[in-house]
Design a protein around this ligand. Structure first.
Ligand code: HEC
Length: 362
């Protein structure tokens, strides 16, 4: 038995040794490719030399790969497209050449691995590959620099209702993000501000190789009209890359009404996106399921007598070539307690401003 175990341990070591050796080989090869093909414009440390005549002649200074925040937040898949097909393929400058004809796919993987690990260095910023698409209801794990405008329409028996939310998200340090949300609601005869929601989010765990990220967050809702209440909204969220074609995100949230605990609820949500291509200007369908669990059940006015289930077919639509300007469009259909609303329609307008201005990348 002992021998068997030793043998097993020996094989494992051998295998791990082979794997690390292969990874080191790839990095060495990546470094050579970088020095041959990239260094003239991107600089040996990853920071372009702005004094070099070649860089001056580009008319644009390439981004600094040695800047850890920048290096970490860009997904390898995006960079692979840029390097293979050239800058314009993703709305960058024509000065970034296409290497698809010169370098093999393995070479491009190697040089990108070199830029990510050797130039990026060891760091604690979550990797951009874990930045999964923003769902309609499930909370997102990845910290962003982003503006989101959310529009929700509810088809009701009486007057239809509209809710607008403007959301500003900004990164703090390596793993954290602040958020500010402002809501506005309108129906037949009222139109008013709803709540102001400041909040904070922190990434507990991120692992690019496992394709996993987990975040905890909390928001406060400050009432801006007489009917709205103070609320405290903590949540945990996870993201997982299932394989090349699918991603999963899930979240559990408490909505604690600080003025009327009968109104409190918890919410479980999960969504699967079909990530069928690495070209961001595309349509990525998703299916989301939400269960809202009221703290107090009952049949009185405003009371919910059951867990409220709904299903939300939706699609992420990348608008510009870079994919940092996008829509998420979908519908919410109640699966039970169908008196609540007939259906809801959602349109999210997403602008990840770290990847370019509103007019860049088209
Ligand atoms: C002739 C100069 C030149 C060479 C050679 C060059 N690049 Fe670039 N690269 C650029 C410029 C200029 C940009 C910035 C384009 C922009 O911001 O619009 C760029 C952008 C990029 C980006 C996108 C960065 C971002 O902002 O997200 C990647 C990735 C990249 N280059 C990788 C490489 C790799 C890898 C090589 C070598 C195989 C290489 N480049 C060789 C000029 C060059």
């Amino acid at each position: 038995m002992n021998m068997l175990r030793q043998l097993f341990a020996f094989c494992l070591c051998l295998q791990l040794g082979v794997a690390t050796a292969a990874a080191t080989d790839e990095l060495t090869r990546g470094g050579t490719i970088y020095s041959t093909h990239c260094v003239s414009c991107h600089g040996s440390s990853g920071q372009p030399d702005v004094e070099s005549p070649l860089v001056k002649s580009l008319g644009i200074v390439p981004a600094n790969f040695a800047d850890t925040l920048f290096n970490s937040r860009e997904p390898v898949s995006t960079w692979k497209t840029v390097v293979t097909h050239g800058g314009p393929a993703m709305g960058f400058s024509v000065m970034m050449p296409a290497f698809g004809g010169t370098l093999s796919e393995a070479d491009i993987d190697a040089v990108l691995a070199y830029i990510k690990t050797e130039i990026g260095g060891a760091h604690d910023y979550p990797d951009g590959d874990l930045n999964l698409y923003l769902p309609l209801r499930t909370k997102k794990s990845f910290p962003e620099d982003e503006w989101v405008w959310k529009l929700r329409y509810s088809g009701l028996d009486g007057d239809d209702a509209w809710k607008n939310t403007l959301e500003y998200e900004f990164r703090i340090g390596k793993r954290a993000q602040g958020v500010l949300e402002l809501t506005h609601e309108a129906d037949g005869d009222t139109s008013r501000l709803g709540q102001l929601e400041p909040g904070f989010k922190y990434v507990f765990k991120h692992d690019r190789r496992a394709g996993f990220i987990m975040t905890g967050a909390a928001q406060f809702a400050v009432p801006l009209n007489n009917d709205a209440h103070w609320e405290f909204l903590p949540y945990v969220a996870v993201g997982k890359i299932l394989d090349d074609d699918f991603t999963f995100q899930g979240s559990a949230r408490l909505k604690l009404d600080l003025e009327d605990s009968n109104e409190s609820s918890s919410e479980l949500a999960g969504v699967v996106h079909w990530t069928h291509t690495t070209w961001p200007r595309n349509v990525f369908p998703a299916l989301e399921i939400v269960a809202e669990i009221p703290f107090e059940r009952g049949s009185g006015p405003g009371r919910k007598d059951a867990v409220q289930y709904s299903i939300l077919p939706q699609a992420r639509i990348g608008l510009n070539k870079r994919g940092n300007i996008a829509l998420n469009v979908g519908a919410e259909l109640p699966l039970n307690d169908t008196e609540r609303y007939d259906w809801r329609g959602y349109v999210y307008f997403i602008w990840d401003f770290a990847d370019g201005g509103l007019f860049d990348g088209w």
